[in-house]
Design a protein around this ligand. Structure first.
Ligand code: ADE
Length: 223
């Protein structure tokens, strides 16, 4: 059982994503457990303040250390000791080898989602790793956290079912992307009359030939 706790100012964003499809199934079969921690609950004062202006001047607001620290402590009380990942465009770029290592490890994870201009740097005292989902900047860490959770959970035993899809699939061995696949109908005619056909070989029933075709038509990830 892999446990995740997400610290966020937008807990509702996770309800749909973690409550449906494969993430829902993962919880159902006990492969994964999700806890959403509302950072606002750890805000300071009657207005539950979570952000503040920057010492030394500068635009925008930073997430304050006290609510973040308290939320991490709370997350640890929910799932026990865990690796703390901070969602940040400054972090290590998330990739399939990291996904595989995380899925195979016995680690549980606390994911901290940022907002506004950033965090009080002292949060680093509890962070094990900063993780980025790519070289672009998003408005918050929620989509990155969902991406990281989804990528790990789909590899947990039992989640994808008997399809052994995770094994044959894109990225599972190096950069080899999967081959093109088709389902019925054999011919799809577009409104303008163009006929889009399933490659003949796939209808032939020649397993060896089909395997060869698939091998030849597996694409490599473009640089
Ligand atoms: N927060 C904002 N942009 C991000 C990114 N690219 N990866 C992770 N967290 C982020």
């Amino acid at each position: 059982m892999k446990k995740f706790a997400v610290i966020t100012l937008f807990p509702e964003m996770f309800d749909k994503v973690l409550g449906q499809s494969m993430m829902w199934k993962a919880s159902e079969i006990g492969a994964a457990e999700f806890h959403i921690v509302d950072l606002r609950e750890f805000g300071i004062g009657p207005r539950k303040q979570v952000d503040d202006t920057v010492y030394g001047g500068g635009d925008g607001m930073l997430l304050k250390i006290e609510p973040l620290y308290a939320a991490v402590e709370h997350a640890k009380s929910l799932i026990g000791d865990a690796k703390v990942l901070l969602m940040s465009p400054r972090g290590t770029t998330w990739s399939q080898p990291l996904v595989r290592a995380s899925a195979d490890s016995s680690d549980n994870y606390i994911l901290i989602c940022g907002h506004y201009e950033g965090f009080d740097e002292r949060i680093m005292s509890v962070v094990d790793q900063q993780v980025s989902v790519g070289d672009y900047v998003l408005t918050g860490g929620e989509l990155p956290a969902m991406t990281i959770i989804d990528s790990i959970v789909r590899l947990l035993p039992g989640v994808l079912g008997g399809e052994q899809s995770a094994e044959i699939e894109s990225f599972s061995d190096g950069d080899n992307l999967e081959y093109p696949q088709y389902t019925r109908p054999e011919v799809f005619t577009t409104p303008s009359g163009e006929e889009l056909r399933v490659p003949e070989i796939l209808l032939s029933g020649h397993h060896a030939e089909i395997a060869k075709w698939r091998e030849q038509n597996s694409s490599t990830k473009p640089e």
